[in-house]
Design a protein around this ligand. Structure first.
Ligand SMILES: *Cc1c(COP(=O)(O)O)cnc(C)c1O
Length: 359
């Protein structure tokens, strides 16, 4: 095997980009009002709809995923929103809602625990909510919340829309927008899809488009109605990152060639391997049964110096893993295994850590 020529990323985003995808970013730029752009846009659309198991349009935004959160809030919340939270990104959705002048109620659980359908039923019981936000895979804690159950609980209320952050679950586990009955799904591309960071994706249901038309002050850049109008012609309202769309097309072609069931099975086996290794040497952070498939979060039960470990991995193995999030920085660490990661890649990471631990 060729020695790696760069530091490989096993942090929870951005993740490693496959050379074919990276090469697509270097193609000559085209004008976005050319006919061939529409052909590219339509192809990307087709791949995204297959991935999301939806008939809804999927809009590419020139923003990171947090911009897509802003789009979700500004278009779909008239007055009041319930924000489920199991960690830092759930909290961010709440902050985004407040910063956009909405009333936002935070329904948080302890870090390491998932959000639940019971939480939704209890909170929505009082009425008065326009929407619920939820993070499918909470990257800051390595927890996946049971989206199908949560969606069913939201769907018991006709006028309450469900806004899903699938930033680190899209491309890792099924995210069937229509089957969930969700109204908006947002994602970045630098996690489960394995692209360089730089665009975000927003899929929106018919109900979401209808709601948006009735919400005031949606702004312009992230207005769902504006995006929908251009989408009709396979175009974007503003200059898109053509380079990212080339890369996305290549990534989606790679997904189609691997096959979704095979891809999801690979992701599950990576997660099983990462957990089994962690249970033997450390302990897992997430509540059992709700561990993320995208990344594994370890409790640093050996009290190792994670900074020193990462410096060793960088210098001797040309790779890095993630430290803990925020206040958990030294007490935990994370290994991401999304996008194009193979079992061989993961084994290399784990045995490099074993070598450093001396086990
Ligand atoms: C990374 C991440 C975000 C924020 O994405 P940016 O691209 O940095 O804006 C939001 N939600 C989740 C779950 C994430 O993992």
């Amino acid at each position: 095997m060729e020695p790696p020529t760069h530091t490989r990323l096993y942090i929870p985003g951005p993740v490693e980009v496959h050379p074919e995808v990276l090469a697509a970013m270097a193609r000559p730029v085209m004008g976005h009002r050319e006919k061939r752009f529409e052909v590219l846009y339509a192809r990307v659309q087709e791949g995204l709809r297959r991935l999301l198991e939806t008939r809804a349009p999927v809009y590419p935004l020139l923003a990171s995923a947090t911009g897509a959160m802003e789009m979700a809030i500004r278009n779909l919340v008239r007055r009041r929103v319930l924000c489920l939270s199991a960690g830092a990104f759930g909290e961010r959705f709440h902050e985004v809602a407040l910063a956009n002048g909405k009333e936002a109620v935070l329904a948080a659980v302890e870090w390491g625990e998932p959000n639940t359908a019971e939480q939704v039923r209890e909170a929505l019981g009082g009425g008065g909510f326009d929407a619920v936000t939820v993070v499918h895979n909470e990257t800051s804690t390595g927890v996946m919340s049971p989206l199908a159950e949560i969606a069913r609980a939201v769907r018991e209320h006709d006028d309450v829309l469900l806004l899903v952050d699938a930033v680190s679950s899209l491309g890792v586990v099924p995210t069937p927008l229509d089957a969930w009955g969700a109204d908006l799904l947002l994602a970045g591309v630098q996690k489960g899809l394995g692209l360089p960071p730089g665009i975000a994706l927003v899929a929106a249901s018919e109900r979401a488009h209808a709601r948006a038309r009735a919400v005031k002050d949606r702004g312009y850049y992230f207005d769902l109605a504006v995006h929908a109008r251009y989408h009709e012609r396979d175009q974007t309202p503003v200059t898109p990152s053509v380079s990212h769309l080339y890369a996305l097309q290549v990534a989606l072609d790679r997904i189609r060639r691997e096959g979704l069931p095979a891809r999801y099975a690979r992701m599950e086996s990576l997660a099983h391997r990462a957990r089994a290794w962690g249970r033997e040497r450390f302990a897992l952070f997430a509540r059992e049964g709700f561990e993320s498939v995208s990344l594994t979060y370890y409790r640093n039960t050996r009290g190792v110096d994670v900074g020193a470990l990462n410096a060793h991995l960088r210098e001797h193995h040309r790779l890095i893993i993630g430290n803990g999030y925020g206040r958990l920085k030294d007490r935990t660490f994370r290994i991401a295994h999304m996008a194009e990661t193979t079992l061989e890649d993961l084994d290399e990471v784990l045995s490099a850590i074993d070598g450093w631990l001396g086990v």
